[in-house]
Design a binder for this molecule. Structure first.
Ligand SMILES: Cc1cc2nc3c(=O)[nH]c(=O)nc-3n(C[C@H](O)[C@H](O)[C@H](O)COP(=O)(O)OP(=O)(O)OC[C@H]3O[C@@H](n4cnc5c(N)ncnc54)[C@H](O)[C@@H]3O)c2cc1C
Length: 647
């Protein structure tokens, strides 16, 4: 249970945001940072864990700069990373649509969209470098959609009134990753990057207080291997699978960041979880993952429920005047393109109040009938074809004939390891990029901005800040036979042996499902004090049973996916408690963190800026249930925090 004592002893964190005017911070910081002479770069060894958009882009860029880069992934190929799943697009304020976009507007939308819980300095930099990402990707051959004149096409995403989202049909992540993967392969071929496939990082190694290497398991033969470096980068993705059911790839997990947390890296805002409004609804106990229907569909699709409670008529039999297009009704300015947190809460509210559709009544409609009438089927197919096909393949229903049924699901984690402006964690030499860091999105990420952030971190920010770190520090040579590596190897082997030795009766998945259900029911879309306290009683009980009753087949010296899963689930079972502790301490609602006790009369999230305008950075104290809270105050000099309105 949360003991409030430790909240009083919190320390204040320094984000190292440079001074000066907002629009000059990054350029003057870049100038002030130290450089490494090209001839000296090959002497520095950098480990990059993860080959999604953040990891591939940083490894390729550091390789191109001439550093000695070692890239790790548990996949057999960099291009299997979860980033490949991203559908809808990537933001940049190029203003090709001539609709009034600018760097400042993207900055403003993102700060507001994140419910005033993000850093102004970081967000402005993100908006500033985003245009270069598009140029870089086009140069790599990423086939972005184009308009009739041949210019890159744009569409809109939630929380914006301009069209600034660049896309490659519904496969933007895949195309961007192919670009980054090509850049990475070029460096592998050039010998600047060495890729270690099927290696799972299981511990971070510190020498004299600095990150100096990792311990990884070779997933093919089970060998525990140590790797040294001068700096370590984690780009290992998000932890939405702590909830079991999510839109994340099944393999996405928190192990790398959680184990780094246990070695001293603070974990920031763990409770900020994004629930995406448009996912294919849960149909029963058999599912092991959920499928996203991209937010891009809300450009043309209309969300509605019947006006009559418990209406059992088929959608086609419900006339227009008996339908409630509730997002258009409640938010006339943004309509169906309100941000995800808002759309999710409203969908849940509709279903909770008895207006849900489909057999389970836990769904709302997303309807393309008007778009097909207005634009024609072919045009809808051109824009969204692969997404609509996917819906049909999964549900057996044709979205060109009847509206899709959608319901919110866990999708993205805004929390992650705390990093300063240089993307360095509280462990010197440990940099964290992409979804794995606590990032620039505040309490709610706007659509199409995760790809932007991952690539901004990897192509345009970390290469500068890592160089500065290397140039500013001295590195005594370290070898894998040092005590610190041996100790980490022993810890990893000990955990594996302990897990294999339990020999209980329940599978890893059974425990994960049970844990995820508690997370969803009490730490999910609607949270309240009593529910969170209940979760903090139930979650440790499940964790304790897991360590007594789990059954893992196979052994440690071979491919063993059950063993891999067990370690990841064991870590989720510690992280889940931290998520609940963070959600309980934050006595306000903001963005995706909705505490039912704190809402406006209209049911919107009600912040408490006086008490909670800070980043909550949790420090591991040796016991999962007793983390220490440290705070980074958030200062708003440009944008005045106010009640978000999308009306
Ligand atoms: C269905 C879906 C659609 C999305 N669509 C969009 C979109 O349209 N636009 C948008 O902006 N965002 C979108 N997102 C979010 C976005 O895709 C992700 O936030 C982003 O791709 C994460 O990239 P990443 O590089 O941080 O991590 P990932 O792509 O998750 O990569 C993580 C990497 O780390 C490796 N790894 C992890 N742990 C270890 C370990 N312990 N040891 C070794 N390797 C490890 C993995 O092998 C992988 O290579 C979507 C997300 C989902 C789920």
């Amino acid at each position: 249970m949360l003991n409030n004592e430790h909240l009083k002893k919190s320390m204040t964190l320094n984000s190292k945001i440079p001074g000066g005017p907002l629009e000059k911070k990054w350029s003057s910081h870049k100038f002030n940072m130290k450089l490494v002479n090209p001839a000296n770069r090959r002497k520095y060894k950098i480990i990059v864990v993860g080959t999604g958009l953040a990891g591939s882009s940083v490894a390729a860029t550091l390789g191109e700069l001439g550093y000695n880069v070692h890239s790790f992934s548990f996949h057999e190929s960099p291009r299997r990373a979860h980033s490949i799943a991203a559908q809808g697009g990537i933001n940049a304020p190029k203003n090709y649509s001539n609709d009034g976009d600018s760097v400042y507007r993207l900055f403003y939308d993102t700060i507001k969209g994140g419910d005033y819980r993000a850093r102004e300095g970081n967000v402005y930099r993100l908006a500033e470098v985003s245009g270069s990402i598009i140029d870089q990707c086009v140069a790599q051959g990423v086939p972005f959609a184009r308009d009739y004149a041949g210019y890159l096409d744009n569409r809109s995403f939630g929380g914006a009134q301009v069209a600034r989202t660049f896309y490659a049909r519904g496969q933007t992540g895949q195309q961007l990753l192919l670009g980054a993967y090509s850049a990475l392969n070029r460096q592998i071929d050039a010998g600047t990057v060495k890729f270690y496939e099927r290696r799972e990082m299981l511990d971070l190694v510190l020498v004299e207080g600095k990150a100096r290497g990792i311990v990884a398991r070779n997933l093919i033969n089970g060998k525990i291997e140590s790797y040294t470096a001068d700096a370590v980068v984690l780009a290992t993705g998000g932890y939405g699978n702590a909830f079991f059911l999510s839109t994340n790839a099944k393999a996405s997990n928190a192990t790398a960041i959680w184990r780094a947390h246990k070695k001293g890296a603070f974990f920031a805002n763990p409770c900020y979880t994004q629930i995406h409004p448009t996912c294919i609804p849960v149909t029963g106990e058999h599912q092991s993952k959920l499928t996203l229907m991209s937010e891009s569909l809300r450009n043309d699709g209309r969300v509605w429920v019947p006006k009559k409670k418990g209406d059992t008529r088929a959608a086609k039999d419900i006339p227009d005047n008996e339908r409630d297009y509730y997002l258009e009704r409640l938010y006339p300015s943004f309509g169906n393109l309100v941000p995800r947190d808002v759309a999710s809460r409203r969908a849940k509210e509709m279903c909770d109040n008895g207006y849900g559709v489909g057999q389970s009544k836990m769904a709302v409609y997303l309807d393309f009938a008007d778009a097909i009438k207005r634009l024609g089927r072919e045009s809808v197919f051109q824009k969204y074809g692969n997404l609509l096909d996917m819906y049909k393949q999964i549900t057996g229903e044709d979205p060109y004939q009847a509206p899709m049924r959608i319901y919110p699901a866990v999708h993205y984690t805004m929390g992650g390891l705390w990093v300063d402006y240089n993307l360095m964690s509280t462990i010197p030499g440990l940099f964290v990029l992409g979804e794995a860091n606590f990032s620039d999105h505040g309490a709610n990420r706007l659509g199409a901005s995760a790809l932007m952030q991952g690539l901004a971190d990897g192509y345009f920010i970390a290469p500068y800040t890592i160089s500065d770190y290397l140039a500013s520090n001295k590195f005594a040579p370290v070898k894998e036979d040092r005590q610190e590596f041996k100790e980490a190897e022993n810890t990893v082997t000990g955990t594996i042996n302990k897990l294999l030795g339990i020999d209980g009766k329940k599978s890893v998945d059974e425990f994960h499902r049970e844990y995820g259900k508690v997370m969803w029911d009490y730490v999910g879309m609607g949270r309240n004090k009593a529910g969170l306290q209940k979760a903090l009683k139930l979650l440790p009980e499940i964790r304790e049973r897991f360590w007594k009753e789990v059954k893992i087949t196979g052994n440690a010296h071979d491919i063993n996916t059950e063993l891999e899963k067990a370690q990841r689930v064991a870590d989720f079972m510690e992280l889940g408690e931290l998520i609940a502790i963070d959600a309980l301490h934050r006595e306000e609602s903001c963005g995706g963190h909705f505490r039912e006790e704190y809402q406006t009369e209209e049911g919107e999230a009600k912040r408490n800026d006086k008490r909670f305008a800070y980043v909550a950075a949790w420090e591991f104290t040796g016991k999962t249930a007793k983390p220490k809270l440290n705070k980074e105050p958030l200062n708003f000099e440009e944008v005045h925090p106010s009640q978000r309105s999308y009306k």
